[in-house]
Design a protein around this ligand. Structure first.
Ligand code: FES
Length: 143
């Protein structure tokens, strides 16, 4: 009887552990992910004066994501994912005075300064980031 009771206790414990693991996995799957949540917050990336001159663009890091931040000739800021929409290589700013654009060296895709795909195999525009100015500070967020 003691052996049977011991085995029932052990099996009951294992069953509870198994059920807890499965239920925990389901709850974790259903709840929104906290990792990467920072990407939706407005994150300061620098002050207006220190970041870029009009007509310039450069890559900054938002967590692990490379983001291309651009200041237009009229002083407006724009931001896009710096990941090419073809296969994800990092794009570069081509500081061509007559026709500035973003280029991907992997397979030759090109994007205009609004992020629109204009050449090569990239199937769609660059993913936009929200960028806003609060005082002299620029803030950025995905989406
Ligand atoms: S990954 Fe950019 S063109 Fe292929």
């Amino acid at each position: 009887v003691k052996r049977r009771s011991f085995l029932e206790t052990v099996l009951g414990g294992w069953s509870l552990l198994l059920v807890g693991t499965v239920v925990g996995g389901i709850v974790q799957y259903l709840l929104p992910r906290r990792e990467g949540g920072a990407a939706h917050e407005m994150i300061p990336i620098g002050t207006v004066d220190e970041l870029l001159r009009p007509g310039e663009a450069r890559i900054i890091r938002l967590g692990k994501a490379p983001v291309m931040v651009e200041r237009t000739a009229t002083g407006q800021y724009k931001a896009f994912s710096a990941r090419c929409t073809h296969l994800g290589c990092t794009i570069q700013f081509m500081d061509d005075k007559l026709s500035p654009h973003f280029a991907c060296n992997c397979h030759g895709s090109q994007f205009d300064m609004n992020g629109k795909n204009i050449a090569g195999p990239a199937p769609r525009p660059l993913d936009p980031y929200r960028i806003t100015q609060r005082g002299s500070t620029l803030l950025i967020a995905a989406g």
